[in-house]
Design a protein around this ligand. Structure first.
Ligand SMILES: [Zn+2]
Length: 281
C-alpha cells in the first residue's frame, strides 16, 4: 500500500496536566478512504493524553441514530443531534424536512443527548437557493433547544451576521456554543456579552489565523471551550492529516500561549465550562 493511501496517524502529543473535553467531534466519519477508528480506540487514545470526555455530533439522519447508540454504550461520550445546515436544503427539496426534524426530536429525547447541533448557517457550501431552508431549519433547532433545555451548538460558515441576527430574533437558549469559532474580535466580544461560549478548533493553530487568535485573546476563560471537529481541521503541525480527539492537546497548548495563561489553568477552565454547558458525564 502506498503512503498516500494509508496515511500514518500523527504521533500522540504530551499528556495534558488536567483532563479536558473535546466538545465537538464526529467519530463515525472516516477520511481519505480510511474508515473511522472504533469508538473505543478513539476514547483510549484520547484518555491517554488527558482528553477523557467527548461530545459526539450526529448531524444527519444516520449519524444521529448512531450517536444515540454510542452515548448509551460509552459513559465518556455525550451526544448532539441535528440536521446539518448543508443537509436541510436537500431534505426541503425532497419534501421531507419535517419528517427528518421529527426523527431528530425523537433522538433528542435520549437523556445523554445534551446538545442540539450542529445547526446554523453555511453560506460557503450552500448557495442562495438554499438559504431559505437553512434559516427555517436553524430557527426550528433553536426552538427545539429551548423546549428540551439542551445546549445549542452553532455551525457558522461565512454567515456571521445572519447567525447573530436570527439568534437574537428567536431568543437564544440558555446555553449557546459557537462551534469552531471563526469570527473576529468584535464578534467575540458580542458573543461574550450575550453569554455564549466560543469553542476553538485546530484552525486557531494555523499560521495564517492571526485574526482568530486576536478573537481568542479577548475571550474570558469562563467562555472558552475546545474541540477537534475530527476528522477535520487537524491542528498544526499535522494540518491536512486525519484529526482525532487525542490531538486536542496541540490546540489547548496553542490557546494557552495566545491567552498568556498556564496550561493547567486553561485545562481547568475548559473542563469546568464543559460540565457547566453539558452537565456531568
Ligand atoms: Zn462538526
Amino acid at each position: 500500500m502506498t503512503q498516500a493511501r494509508s496515511p500514518q496517524r500523527p504521533p500522540a502529543p504530551d499528556r495534558l496536566p488536567i483532563a479536558v473535553v473535546d466538545n465537538h467531534c464526529h467519530l463515525d466519519i472516516g477520511r481519505e478512504g480510511a474508515p473511522a477508528p472504533s469508538v473505543q480506540e478513539a476514547l483510549t487514545l484520547a484518555a491517554a493524553v488527558g482528553v477523557d470526555r467527548l461530545v459526539q455530533i450526529g448531524c444527519d439522519r444516520t449519524s444521529a441514530a448512531w450517536t444515540v447508540g454510542v452515548v448509551r454504550e460509552h459513559s465518556r461520550v455525550l451526544g448532539g443531534v441535528a440536521v446539518h445546515p448543508n443537509e436541510a436544503p436537500r431534505h426541503a427539496a425532497a419534501g421531507e424536512l419535517e419528517q427528518v426534524w421529527a426523527e431528530i426530536e425523537q433522538h433528542a429525547a435520549e437523556p445523554r443527548i445534551r446538545v442540539i447541533g450542529e445547526t446554523g448557517l453555511d453560506y460557503y457550501r450552500t448557495g442562495p437557493e438554499g438559504v431559505g431552508a437553512q434559516q427555517e431549519s436553524f430557527r426550528w433547532h433553536i426552538d427545539l433547544a429551548k423546549r428540551t433545555g439542551k445546549a445549542l451548538q452553532i455551525h457558522d460558515r461565512d454567515a456571521h451576521e445572519d447567525v447573530m441576527r436570527i439568534l437574537a430574533e428567536e431568543g437564544a437558549p440558555e446555553r449557546v456554543v459557537m462551534h469552531c469559532y471563526s469570527g473576529d474580535m468584535q464578534m467575540a466580544r458580542e458573543c461574550v456579552r450575550r453569554g455564549y461560549y466560543l469553542s476553538f478548533a485546530g484552525t486557531v493553530t494555523f499560521k495564517n489565523a492571526r485574526e482568530l487568535r486576536n478573537a481568542l485573546a479577548v475571550t474570558p476563560l469562563e467562555h472558552l471551550l475546545v474541540e477537534t471537529d475530527a476528522p477535520y481541521l487537524t491542528p498544526s503541525p499535522h494540518r491536512g492529516r486525519v484529526n482525532a480527539p487525542y490531538l486536542v492537546p496541540l490546540t489547548v497548548r496553542a490557546m494557552a500561549d495566545t491567552l498568556n495563561v498556564s496550561v493547567p489553568a486553561l485545562c481547568r477552565a475548559l473542563s469546568d465550562n464543559s460540565e457547566r454547558v453539558y452537565g456531568p458525564w
